[in-house]
Ligand binder design. Sequence first.
Ligand code: PEP
Ligand code: MN
Length: 339
Amino acid sequence: MILVLRPDATEPQIEHIIQRIGELGFTPHVSRGEQRTIVGVIGDERKPQAENFSAIPGVEQVLRVLKPFKLASREFRKEDSVVTVGKVRIGGGHLAMIAGPCAVESLEGLDTIAGHVKKAGANILRGGAFKPRTSPYAFQGMGEDGLKILRDVGDKHDMPVVTEVMDPRQVPLVEQWADMFQVGARNMQNFDLLKEIGQTRKPVLLKRGMSATVKDLLMSAEYVLAGGNQQVVLCERGVRSFEDSTRNMLDMSAVPNVKGQSHLPIIVDPSHATGRPDLIPSMAKASIAAGADGVHVEVHDCPEKAFSDGPQALLPPQFATLMDDIRKLAAVMNVDIDA
Ligand code: PEP
Ligand code: MN
């Protein structure tokens, strides 16, 4: 349920409203918009009568949110949310250009790739230290050593860093080294992981599960928001389908679909969606044209030597050309890209 407060609601009234919500056994989530303050009332809605809330001074309207996701919904927040990673804004007209190798492989290797993507205009560096691999015999990532390398290289190139966290027990460690958590497709419904991340105040890139609906994705975001962490960026990365000429099937309509239903930023990962460097640039550009708040692209200077996902990596010059095109598109779409 959502309480829309009167435009002239005073601070003591707002404090009182928050206190009453707690006393009635609910959790308040306050969103201060430009025009009005809105308070989300989260908990079992069968309990009290809506009238209990409409009688509290300062409350103008009580709205029941019919969607199963509440804090993630447009009803809760009309304006686009802006998530800030380091100095980089994502959402509300600001694009994230996340690039880097699939995995952190070595200090020198990551340093080289980071130099290329930074020069091309990427604003967030990616690299997995904990890798979810289909085979237990495949490279599983460098773990903590990889996190430290990512931090060092990110600092050297003045880029915030994002990296995957797979297990609730890894959250404190990844929180220490990274600027943004990545929850991968395989863990989108790892609810204990989402709850743990919800307790932090670090941004999270939440990727759509390979067989998850848009509603499932928004419900997973709700887990993080319900914990009090408002910094959620969604990521469309393709879903499983009968089509076998691409790695997954990119659901481009998820971008405007999510935007209609949620205030959260959504970016697109054309690398994992298509698995094909010949398709990635066009799908990245289509994402920006569709209104996405950025893209997430894997780049490697020597794909044939990559420890994971080499075949889908763009070469640095291909990425630089893509960035040139995206800058032109950004101007048309009236959005900007923080350095
Ligand atoms: C990745 O980003 O390297 C990754 C494993 O992505 P996804 O979880 O979307 O498969
Ligand atoms: Mn990958």
